[in-house]
Design a protein around this ligand. Structure first.
Ligand SMILES: Nc1ncnc2c1ncn2[C@@H]1O[C@H](COP(=O)(O)OP(=O)(O)OP(=O)(O)O)[C@@H](O)[C@H]1O
Ligand SMILES: [Mg+2]
Length: 331
């Protein structure tokens, strides 16, 4: 997607990641996704379970090779980096995972977990990395005195703080936050979100924030991309997306979020999403939302719609694009 502003920090272009699933065929987990993230912004990626968010995140941190398309970081294709540049990239781009229980080694102290990432850089002596680990613990709101404790001695929220400290240990620029609070109690979620926001301000971090909860993404993101079965169906500023969503899928997702005002809430119409989302196996060349869309016409069977700019900075992939009129079907 062309970007009118300065060169983006991360530029994902036509990204595809397919998996071969037994003899059954090709699972198109990510199927032609393009978006860019500017330095210092938070880009939210939302969609139902299985739509390809984590897979996209894993390609971005180079855990997977793309099937097609490319990811550019500061203008360079991350699949074609020289060895030193690739090592640099793995420091610059970190990932925080959904499950703070599974992602921390239970046999290591939190100090060792945090210091581990620092080692390949060879920048710190043992004493220095210990000091830095303790400094990071207090930066993420934990007591440096707990440095010798093991992950099981911490609560879920505290473990996620350790995960954040570990990601910060290599001074990253971009962090892929893959549903960082979905495994946590609602009461703890806001604390972790506030921590991430504070760190962003203090350290100038850029985030790719993955979630399936649109209300959460609205709160943290500057811009949002909505994914459906491997494709982006809408990209816009958070404000624009929530005020005037264009894609019928986004409208349905938004209508499922209750609003705090009970009078307004009573008058709202829910757009129900009917049917399950099948895994994107051997998918036909047509709009994949077709079967669940209340506005589908014959045109929706004629190829997969591509993202097109409907308004300044607001992109939508829908064959009914021209007819999509904000006032025509308010939710
Ligand atoms: N290594 C793999 N091999 C085969 N299929 C995979 C693999 N990883 C993911 N998939 C499939 O790709 C699709 C997208 O999965 P992905 O984990 O990216 O979705 P997601 O949007 O992160 O979902 P969730 O919200 O549940 O985390 C799913 O159908 C999933 O089963
Ligand atoms: Mg996921």
């Amino acid at each position: 997607m062309p970007d009118a502003m300065a060169q983006p920090l991360l530029d994902v272009r036509g990204l595809k990641k397919y998996f071969t699933v037994g003899r059954r065929g090709t699972l198109k987990a990510v199927n032609g996704v393009s978006f860019s993230i500017r330095s210092g912004e938070t880009f939210g990626l939302v969609g139902e379970s299985g739509c390809g968010k984590t897979t996209a995140g894993r390609v971005i941190v180079r855990l997977y090779e793309p099937t097609e398309g490319a990811v550019y970081y500061r203008g360079k294709d991350i699949s074609r980096l020289a060895r030193r540049e690739a090592a640099e990239y793995t420091h610059n781009v970190q990932m925080i995972f959904q499950d703070p229980y599974a992602s921390l080694d239970p046999r290591m102290t939190v100090e060792a977990i945090i210091a581990e990432g620092m080692r390949p850089r060879g920048m710190y002596s043992r004493g220095e990395s210990r000091d830095k680990a303790r400094e990071l613990l207090s930066r993420v709101g934990l007591s440096p005195e707990h440095a010798q404790r093991f992950p099981h001695e911490f609560s879920g929220g505290q473990r996620q703080r350790v995960g954040v400290a570990r990601a910060l240990a290599v001074n990253p620029e971009l962090i892929v936050c893959d549903e960082p609070v979905s495994a946590l109690d609602v009461s703890i979620q806001a604390q972790i979100i506030n921590l991430l926001r504070k760190l962003q301000r203090e350290l100038g971090l850029t985030y790719l924030f993955i979630a399936h909860d649109l209300s959460l993404v609205k709160y943290v993101s500057d811009r949002v991309g909505v994914m459906y079965m491997g494709s982006l169906v809408e990209v816009a500023s958070a404000e624009d997306l929530y005020r005037s969503p264009l894609h019928p899928y986004t409208r349905a997702l938004l209508s499922a979020i209750p609003v705090p005002n009970p009078i307004e809430e009573r008058g709202r119409r829910r757009v129900l999403l009917e049917g399950d989302v099948p895994p994107p196996l051997n998918t036909p060349d047509q709009c994949l939302f077709l079967g669940r869309c209340p506005h589908a016409t014959d045109r929706c069977q004629q190829g997969m719609p591509q993202l097109a700019q409907a308004r300044e900075g607001h992109w939508v992939a829908c064959a009914m694009n021209e007819e999509l009129n904000v006032d025509a079907y308010t939710i």
